[in-house]
Design a protein around this ligand. Structure first.
Ligand code: PSV
Ligand code: MN
Ligand code: MN
Length: 390
């Protein structure tokens, strides 16, 4: 099958933008060990500088998501101005109610109104930051849950969650949105307050049109048909964003498309089918990954290229032929149309596509040859840890 990109495919690829997470550039690891990488950023400014390298070499990552308080600075106007100088913008603001002792038994769902107030206030402070950075999305992921049956009142927590989210939602202005991320377990092991897309959907639809669901690809039980969820959320008009990563076992946060490229293809096919890559799409694409043993900037470059490559392959699906086979009940024919696209090698076409836009044909090689890594290794000492995985 031809691996040329059609003009329509090029239009979609030109629109593709994948936000990179600031925390991907910090040191991270498991609870067993955090291996440090020489040249790791020491502050949010250096994380943004690294993220800008990803965009400079790929043209795919114009925005950097931040996480509060990991990316706390005194002056967000200054951080935004710095990002602009580097050629990127500040994107999604992620809240964090999972590392403060007060939130041991929950934040937005807590029994104690004083703790709930603190959790809501943290989100209001995140929206203040969004006002300064011009960010559209507030992304909320909650660690809230319990470990033992009977430990807590499941129903009461949903009601309190609704009240807390309502107050946060009411503070949004303009085109700002709230995206609620679900995750089936961890750190809580018995129940989690937003465990699945249905709960997230129920909570966001109770808020209003600017509340959407965030789908993190690592947050489902093994064997879950994630593309079905993608289809359904698009159909319901509530797919707000993706956190892309890949996993073999649990929430591994590995490079997107590394563990199961075919799953990424199937997801992107449904995104395209559901209009999620059309002009003005409400769907934001973001990475949520940690690079524990590999270099971080090239890890991120590889990731956005994987999304671009699978998008290009998904755009090759011959919809007319697929539909004809489906209608005719031609099971193997329909599957063959689908697989033909997946098995196409689009790499030469994408190399040409990049060159035509003044980008390196091989961004990985271009970064490796740029001298940036050597510079940061020489300049930076004592980088920061990305997340709680120590
Ligand atoms: C939780 O596992 C999560 O996916 C949320 O998006 C957090 O904000 C993020 O990871 C932190 O890495
Ligand atoms: Mn996530
Ligand atoms: Mn996660």
């Amino acid at each position: 099958m031809s691996t040329q990109l059609t003009p329509d495919a090029v239009t979609v690829l030109d629109r593709l933008a994948i936000e990179v997470p600031s925390w991907a550039y910090g040191n991270s690891g498991t609870r067993f060990k955090v291996f440090t990488t020489p040249g790791t950023p020491r502050d949010p400014y250096e994380k943004i500088a690294d993220a800008a390298q990803v965009h400079a070499h790929t043209g795919l990552a114009p925005e950097v998501a931040i996480h509060i308080p990991w990316d706390l600075v005194d002056d967000y106007d200054a951080l935004s101005a710095f990002a602009a100088e580097q050629g990127v913008g500040i994107g999604t603001v992620n809240s964090n109610t999972f590392q403060d002792d007060d939130f041991k038994f929950g934040g937005l769902t807590h029994e104690d109104a004083v703790i709930r107030r603190k959790a809501v206030d943290h989100h209001l402070a995140c929206i203040d930051i969004m006002d300064a950075t011009g960010s559209r999305d507030l992304k909320i992921w909650l660690a809230d849950g319990s470990n033992y049956p009977g430990q807590t009142d499941l129903r009461g927590r949903q009601d309190r969650l609704h009240e807390s989210l309502q107050e946060i939602y009411a503070r949004l202005s303009g085109d700002q949105r709230l995206v609620l991320e679900y995750k089936f377990f961890e750190p809580a092991f018995y129940h989690t307050d937003v465990p699945d897309w249905g709960t997230s959907y129920a909570q966001v639809t109770a808020l209003g049109d600017r509340a959407m669901v965030c789908l993190d690809t690592g947050h489902h039980a093994p064997g879950t048909n994630i593309e079905f969820i993608v289809m359904q959320l698009l159909r319901l008009g509530r797919l707000g964003s993706f956190d892309f990563n890949s996993r073999f076992y649990a929430d591994d946060d590995l490079i997107v498309g590394a563990a199961d490229p075919f799953q990424l293809f199937r997801i992107l096919f449904e995104v395209i089918r559901g209009g999620g890559m059309d002009e003005g799409t409400p769907v934001a694409f973001m990475l949520d990954q940690c690079h524990n043993i590999e270099d971080k900037v090239p890890g991120q470059i590889r990731s956005v290229l994987n999304v671009q490559e699978m998008t290009a392959r998904a755009l090759l699906v011959d919809h007319e032929a697929l539909r004809a086979a489906q209608v005719a009940g031609d099971v193997l024919g329909a599957n063959a149309v689908f697989m033909d696209a997946f098995q196409s090698d689009v790499r030469p076409a994408l190399a040409e596509y990049r060159e035509a836009r003044g980008l390196p044909a091989d961004p990985m090689a271009a970064y490796a040859g740029s001298g940036y890594r050597e510079r940061i290794v020489a300049d930076r000492v004592g980088g920061t840890q990305a997340s709680w995985g120590a």
